[in-house]
Design a protein around this ligand. Structure first.
Ligand code: SF4
Ligand code: SF4
Ligand code: SF4
Length: 423
């Protein structure tokens, strides 16, 4: 084991390999407040990469209804339980939020790597605490779709009473879209006895070498997010490839510029924003104040890692759903959840503008600038004054080409009476 620095945990942690970081890191943000569970992302991935024989149960992108849904079934409850059993009562956070080296304070519990240190089973030492899902657990990708929970759960007609209001709904669920997190410390890579899994030095995308893989499924067992899948027809494991030809700028539609992946580009709800993050030598993020991903994660702090306590330093970030009880959100997104919900619920001028960049263009937005516009609305949100300015945000590619220009207020088009009923 080596010591590596995990900034999401605010401390060093044990990892089976020495630290090594890519030049830039594939990263993405999903805004759960906007996801409508339409599964367009799921089908965009499936129709591009996993439509062949043996890939029937392979959903590199899936969207599950929380709290009950999950693919494979109950993946997160199961790994949380394993961690709790390994370190009873100790999986807590402490300290205070610092800069980019520890924005959520410090995790005092044990990660999946640390929990496995003394875990030698009959099958040999584990590199990460995990479990292999059963065939049954892989059988239904969208079980419990739209099943709510809450204080009135089980009461007759709970859905029809209405009267729900923020900050917390009494009856709630939300959609959690998931892909491989192309983690900085991948558990799949750590566990592979064939060294078949590697992290690309150019963009941090994690891939499985199909020539080396022998289908031992150690990656499936160890990935806490369960984003590695077994293919019986080839007897190898496969996973999300981060649509790397698009990220490399090889898709003709991008004119040579890095493009967002298929699942990002196809998103109907415009909940997704993808980027490439520049890293410091210790794996923390280089300051890039005008990168939308950097801004949302490290400045506005509205986008949080999914289960940071697992310890893989996932590169997928989520803006938490603002109607969901905070204890649930803290467990899922860490101690930054309270501040993230507060900030998103009454966004300031810059945040409101940056949120407009989601889903506007298939090319990757590297940085932005904002041109100020007039004030068009004001009200009170959560006891605070809220002002809406119709600013314009302009997004640029890495080589400074303008790729997005959009205002905070959506333009309003009124049909003429003559065509009132036409589409
Ligand atoms: S999410 Fe899982 S499969 Fe993807 S890089 Fe992380 S550990 Fe590996
Ligand atoms: S990034 Fe590409 S390969 Fe990965 S889930 Fe999305 S569409 Fe599928
Ligand atoms: S396409 Fe977008 S809105 Fe639809 S389910 Fe996927 S992430 Fe959610």
């Amino acid at each position: 084991m080596s010591k590596v620095y995990n900034w999401q945990l605010g401390r060093e942690m044990e990892y089976p390999y020495e630290a090594s970081y890519p030049d830039s890191q594939f990263a993405f943000i999903f805004n759960t407040n906007r996801c409508i569970g339409c599964q367009s992302c799921t089908m965009a991935c499936k129709s591009t990469w996993t439509f062949s024989k043996g890939q029937e149960n392979m959903w590199w992108n899936n969207v599950e209804t929380k709290p009950y849904g999950g693919y494979p079934h109950h993946w997160d409850v199961k790994i949380l339980n394993l961690l709790e059993e390994a370190n009873p009562g100790g999986q807590g956070w402490g300290g205070s939020a610092a800069d980019v080296k520890g924005p959520y304070g410090q995790f005092n519990g044990k990660t999946i790597f640390e929990s496995a240190l003394n875990n030698v089973s009959t099958e040999g030492a584990q590199k990460a605490l995990g479990y292999l899902p059963t065939d049954e657990e892989w059988s239904a990708p969208n079980r419990f779709e739209d099943n709510p929970t809450g204080a009135q759960k089980g009461q007759r007609n709970q859905h029809f009473r209405g009267g729900e209001s923020l900050p917390n709904h009494k009856t709630w669920f939300f959609y959690l879209a998931r892909i491989c997190n192309h983690c900085s410390y991948p558990a799949c890579l750590a566990a592979c006895p064939r060294n078949a899994i590697y992290k690309r030095s150019e963009d941090g995308i994690v891939l499985i070498d199909q020539e080396r893989c022998r289908g031992y499924r150690k990656c499936m067992e160890s990935c806490p997010y369960k984003k590695s899948f077994y293919r019986a027809t080839t007897r190898t494991s496969e996973k999300c490839i981060g649509c790397f030809p698009r990220v490399e700028g090889k898709d003709p539609a991008g004119g040579g510029l890095p493009m967002q992946t298929r699942c990002m580009s196809a998103c109907i709800g415009q909940i997704r924003l993808q980027g490439l993050i520049e890293l410091n030598k210790d794996g923390t993020w280089k300051e890039n104040r005008k990168s939308p991903i950097y801004y949302l994660v490290h400045v506005a702090k509205v986008a949080l890692p999914l289960y940071p306590q697992f310890g893989t330093e996932p590169n997928g970030y989520y803006i938490p759903p603002r109607w969901v009880p905070l204890p649930y959100l803290r467990q899922m997104f860490g101690p930054g959840a309270d501040a993230a919900v507060e900030r998103y619920s009454a966004p300031d001028r810059e945040l409101l503008a940056v949120l407009q960049l989601f889903g506007k263009d298939q090319r990757i937005c590297h940085h932005y600038e904002i041109k100020e516009g007039p004030k068009v609305y004001e009200t009170t949100v959560r006891g605070k004054k809220f002002e809406l300015f119709n600013d314009t945000i302009i997004g640029y590619s890495r080589d400074n080409q303008k790729i997005i220009e959009v205002t905070v207020e959506d333009p309003l088009h009124i049909r003429s009476d003559k065509h009132a009923n036409s589409i």
